[in-house]
Design a protein around this ligand. Structure first.
Ligand code: HEC
Length: 311
């Protein structure tokens, strides 16, 4: 055993640089379609070679900013006012393209709405039901047990309406996207319980439009897509900038800016993806305290039990 460990360690050290290099090589080209590669042309590669850069940029081009969220850390909790604003932004802006098929209207009671309010909210949506006695599908107003309807009938229709890229469903998106933080940050993240990579990414993406691409990157941008250096899988995405200042009216006096909208809708998406996050953290904390006390008890008992045994 004593010899195996150092040997394993040495092997790890020997292979680590090789696998790292492989990972970096593997990143770029596979993420780009062949046409993008061709569009980049020889000029870009010549330029890149001169400058000594890798030919394909590493995405995202910019790291998202780390924001402070009410639901971060071991004592994380939801800011209900923020979630309500986020729901408003989702309903008035994002739901034109993005569905949320795993969240039911009745779930909104967790956002501080009562039954009557949820009923009224659901009634504003039209939901397809059926088949009726004649075997036909029909439309009716939503009820609390319905799920948020998707704006497009199917994936293909969604893609066709959006320049070939279907807007992803929001139900789990906040947990499905996160930019890797790399060494050494991820070590600290273990202790600070960092799990806000998704909301940080969504906020960065929504506020990241309108910047000037460098000439080298500009040549990689396909027609009909919008440059955004925070997009995780390319220089540009098919979503036009969805937010602008004063677009959504906030009844609670919060600033009506793109930055605030982005924070609120990102928090709302995190709630949608993990509605029981606050309970999970509260329970986890109690469990940790219990385990510490229990470990102490076990130690005392062990000393007691073995006290009379000579060794
Ligand atoms: C006009 C339609 C439209 C609207 C409105 C819209 N989106 Fe999108 N969204 C898209 C499309 C299309 C994509 C897919 C982009 C791609 O993959 O190139 C997308 C992708 C996304 C992604 C995923 C990016 C990724 O990493 O894959 C997020 C997050 C997102 N939208 C958030 C929002 C938010 C939040 C709103 C509301 C403030 C919103 N969108 C409004 C069309 C829209």
């Amino acid at each position: 055993m004593k010899k195996i460990l150092p040997a394993l360690l040495a092997m790890g050290l020997a292979f680590a640089p090789a696998s790292l290099a492989f990972a970096q090589d593997g990143q770029g080209p596979t993420e780009n379609s062949a046409s993008e590669q061709a569009a980049a042309g020889e000029d870009a590669s010549a330029e890149a070679a001169e400058e000594g850069h890798a030919e394909t940029p590493h995405y995202p081009l910019k790291e998202p900013e780390t924001l402070s969220w009410s639901f971060a850390g071991p004592f994380g909790h939801w800011d209900v006012g923020q979630l309500q604003r986020g729901l408003k932004v989702y309903k008035e802006v994002c739901s034109a393209c993005h569905g949320m098929r795993l969240v039911a209207f009745r779930n909104l009671e967790a956002l501080g709405y009562n039954e009557a309010q949820v009923k009224a909210f659901a009634g504003e949506y039209t939901v397809q039901d059926g088949p009726n006695g004649d075997g036909e599908m029909f439309d009716r107003p939503g009820i609390p047990s319905d799920y948020f309807p998707s704006p497009f009938p199917n994936h293909e229709a969604a893609a066709a309406a959006n320049n070939g890229a279907a807007p992803p469903d929001f139900s789990l998106l906040a947990k499905a996207r996160a930019v890797e933080r790399g060494f050494p940050t991820f070590l600290f993240d273990l202790f600070s319980q960092y799990q806000e990579g998704g909301p940080n990414y969504i906020h960065a993406l929504l506020t990241g439009y309108g910047q000037e691409p460098s000439p080298q990157v500009e040549s990689l941008i396909q027609e009909g897509t919008y440059y955004n250096p925070y997009f995780i899988s390319g220089p540009a995405l098919a979503m036009p900038p969805p937010l602008s200042d004063d677009q959504v009216e906030y009844p609670d006096g919060a600033p009506q800016t793109v930055d605030q909208y982005a924070r609120d809708v990102a928090a709302f998406m995190m709630w949608a993806a993990e509605p029981h996050l606050a309970e999970r953290k509260a329970t986890g904390f109690v469990v940790m305290i219990f385990l510490v006390v229990f470990a102490g008890l076990l130690f005392v008992v062990k000393r007691r039990v073995w006290a009379g045994t000579p060794h």
